[in-house]
Design a protein around this ligand. Structure first.
Ligand SMILES: [Mg+2]
Length: 394
């Protein structure tokens, strides 16, 4: 059976939202006094953009096959990612068969080991990998979820991440995750305010709706333990990314110290099967949250997910829009999904990578039918109104 080869790979950047969803304007909830590892410095406490959370911007990877079919994907990584694709990774991609996904991944990873392993290099490898899955789906005229073995259920159900779990409940979501606003540097008063916010939301949403705190790597073990204990009274379902990603020992201890029944989750800034092996073998968490656009792409997520399954941990990817949906629908150990509320006031459902993609599906009443994903590849198109920039070529 003849299979097209890959003729060209190109990398572009884009500003203003899209896959770099932190790249938003003033007044957006995602930039409003959120607890971060930089919040110990008062001058970087009020806004995450102030310390540069949006410096990278979006990376767009496009792969063109010899039969003219084009696949693409978006992730975070911007100009640095574009450099890595054009100047380094292109040699492993161009000339390969469209089906050579596993080999290309292995070559990209091993050729960058001396400066990669995690972070922006893995964001970039993820972007290439997702573009290759999109291309394969388009060549075969099949959705990616079908290439992965097909749906295990009829629909996805979602919890919402954003400043208004009370509105998320009205919109049909199964839970709401708040960004923790005050970190250890804001002392007892900050801790009290965090709990007050949770209490207010609990009062508004009733007993059964899930409420979670996302701590974005910002706490220490003692603070996280005290927060978890104080939040227990208000039914906190899980405490997310409480500690810096390298503190596997802290996570293992936290999991022992949280109130019984409360879940510990993490992993959005972790990458590859080796990073997740640390989290799983050390008993760091109950749910791993790989970002499909950062952890190594679908090719690596298949391995991460199998590892998690053998450790009885759930896999609930961080954000990642369609790249997550096509995977989650095919796995029994991914029972629900995250939806990032990208409306500035978290008061309506807009596509997660808005305005970058066309045909990007959104949950309706907190759910998404598997049939919505029945389009070739990941089923989305680049919005031609978003101005792409190609900083390098080869
Ligand atoms: Mg998170």
């Amino acid at each position: 059976m003849s299979m097209p080869t890959i003729k060209h790979v190109r990398a572009f950047t884009l500003r203003g939202g899209g896959a770099d969803y932190h790249d938003q304007g003033d007044g957006h909830w995602i930039d409003d006094h959120i607890s971060t590892p930089m919040a110990k410095y008062p001058e970087y406490r009020q806004s995450r953009r102030s310390f540069g959370i949006n410096v990278l911007g979006t990376l767009v990877v496009e792969v063109e096959a010899s039969d003219g079919t084009v696949g693409f994907a978006v992730t975070t990584g911007g100009e640095l990612g574009a450099f890595i694709v054009e100047k380094h990774l292109a040699r492993f991609i161009e000339g390969a068969k469209v089906t050579d996904i596993e080999k290309i991944w292995d070559q990209m990873f091993n050729a960058t080991l001396y400066y990669g392993r995690k972070g922006i290099v893995l964001n970039t490898i993820s972007g290439v990998d997702l573009a290759l899955w999109d291309l394969l789906g388009k060549v075969r005229q099949e959705p990616v979820h079908q290439l992965l073995g097909g749906p295990v259920r009829d629909e996805l159900q979602f919890y919402a991440t954003g400043a208004r779990p009370d509105l998320a409940k009205e919109m049909g979501f199964i839970g709401g995750k708040l960004a923790l606003q005050h970190g250890p540097a804001e002392g007892e008063e900050g801790l009290r305010k965090n709990i007050e916010t949770l209490a207010t939301m609990r009062e508004r949403v009733g007993d059964d709706f899930w409420l979670m705190f996302d701590c974005w790597m910002s706490l220490d073990l003692n603070y996280a333990t005290r927060l978890a204990n104080a939040a227990s009274e208000f039914g906190l379902k899980w405490i997310e990314e409480a500690l810096p990603p390298d503190d596997y020992w802290g996570y293992a201890a936290l999991r022992q110290q949280v109130p019984s029944g409360m879940l510990v989750t993490t992993g959005e800034h972790e990458a590859t099967r080796w990073g997740f092996r640390m989290l799983l073998e050390m008993g760091c968490c109950d749910i791993i949250q790989p970002d499909v656009g950062w952890c190594g792409g679908i090719t690596e997520l298949i391995k991460i997910s199998a590892l998690a399954d053998a450790h009885n941990a759930l896999v609930v990817p961080h954000g990642s829009s369609v790249y997550s949906y096509h995977f989650v629908i095919t796995r029994t150990n991914s029972p629900f999904s995250e939806f990032l509320m990208m409306a500035p006031k978290a008061d309506q459902v807009v596509p997660m990578f808005n305005p970058q993609l066309l045909d990007e599906p959104i949950p309706i009443n907190g759910r998404m039918k598997a049939s919505v994903l029945d389009k070739p590849g990941f089923g989305v198109r680049l919005n031609p109104e978003c101005q792409l920039h190609r900083p390098y070529d080869h």
